[in-house]
Design a binder for this molecule. Sequence first.
Ligand SMILES: Cc1cc2nc3c(=O)[nH]c(=O)nc-3n(C[C@H](O)[C@H](O)[C@H](O)COP(=O)(O)OP(=O)(O)OC[C@H]3O[C@@H](n4cnc5c(N)ncnc54)[C@H](O)[C@@H]3O)c2cc1C
Length: 449
Amino acid sequence: MIKKIKNIVRLLKSIDLEQIEKISQKVDLAAVMTAVSKMDDNQLKGAMKMLTGSTKKREAPPIDADFYAVEAKLSPEDRALQLKVREFLEREIKPLVNKYWLHDEFPFEIIPKLAELNVCGYVFKGYGCAGGSSLMDGIIAAEFGRIDPSIATFLGVQSGLAMGSIYMCGSEEQKQEWLPSMQRLEKIGAFGLTEPEVGSATAGGLTTTCRKTENGWVLNGQKKWIGNSTFSDMTIIWARDLDDGQVKGFIVRKENPGFMVEKIKGKMALRIVQNGLITLTDCVVPEHDRLPKANSFKDTAKVLQMTRAGVAWMAVGCARGAYENALEYTLNRKQFGKPIAAFQLIQNHLVEMLSNLTAMQTLTFRLSELQDEGKLKDEHASLAKVFCTLRTRDIVSRAREVMGGNGILLEYNVARFLADAEAIYSYEGTKEINSLIVGRSITGISAFV
Ligand SMILES: Cc1cc2nc3c(=O)[nH]c(=O)nc-3n(C[C@H](O)[C@H](O)[C@H](O)COP(=O)(O)OP(=O)(O)OC[C@H]3O[C@@H](n4cnc5c(N)ncnc54)[C@H](O)[C@@H]3O)c2cc1C
């Protein structure tokens, strides 16, 4: 009984006199007191909470999209490198990207800074490269994607497609000439496989031709979408040999006669990436610039296998960037007197985003482990590319949705991810083509036409 009285006194103390006066004009206080005196301890506690609003304001948890602590599996050195890359990107790249994206231009001033970061060609051994793991290469790609998928793509083309082609298919002399300077970003590379009329069907349908002559090789044809090519020092060009019908690879220097590039304008995604339409008109390439270990499309596919895994990681980053920005926004944006994060329907979007992101993170982590164990197959890379880029589209569109109108403004840092996800979804093999690769593997039946 004494405890009960004490609780009633505490309850009364929690209401100030002014409040009591106001309440007494509207409510029969005597009846309320009678009701309160009949309450048990729990009911009294509930009434206290209601009256004092004393649900303690909880601190919002830190925004961290590594929900399953995947990053805890990194060694301390790798984790330190990841955080170094993250800090660099937030300091040097993040403030620039919206402006350059808007103007469809590349921020050349970042190239020396990127070189200092020293992550280009990260997985390759020798030639100034770090000889690091595929896992860390993926983590780095995701960090870049988290801040800006365009800059991630620039690095992916330089470090993966262009350097990778030379590393995997080049002669020792070619590696010595190109890899160290490309690693330091003193020389920039591009990779030309897709053509205006042949995108998905490059494996069997390349129309760009090469023919051996007394002076080396002569290349003819066009290449579309070639990232970095408007300013690159060289482009790896894949062409079909008119004599044996096989696909061969060439280092085509920007000064080679017969080589011409036009910038592709009007993109609605990855606007910082400078994509070119290349025209090769009797372009002469000396024999010493032919990649000696690129003798059929299978060799091209080896390069693509490695880089597709990188694109899956980049999608993880793109999705993470959008999710983190959207989560922060929902915690700060108030409607109906509450942060919108307090609404169940908004939380549902956030959880859907996080579920997909977590699935992508764990999948890519294992993908890279397979790669580091030397067990990566085309179908592994293709499955990851399909799944991650598809889920990313869903994540970025939910991120944009929970931000209402501000979701389409660049300055709120989600619109760019929303647009860029579209390009990541299509390049390095569309969903259909990568699905056909996986389908062939699990059924043993090729459904390619
Ligand atoms: C921003 C950007 C950057 C790029 N960078 C480069 C680069 O640096 N170097 C480079 O070489 N290329 C690059 N690409 C090209 C990219 O790889 C191609 O866009 C991609 O391979 C698809 O080719 P496509 O656009 O010609 O589409 P298409 O091949 O014409 O396909 C159109 C649609 O048809 C579907 N389709 C095609 N065949 C089949 C089939 N058999 N079954 C079912 N569906 C099918 C496709 O999935 C797609 O949905 C880039 C593209 C973009 C958008």
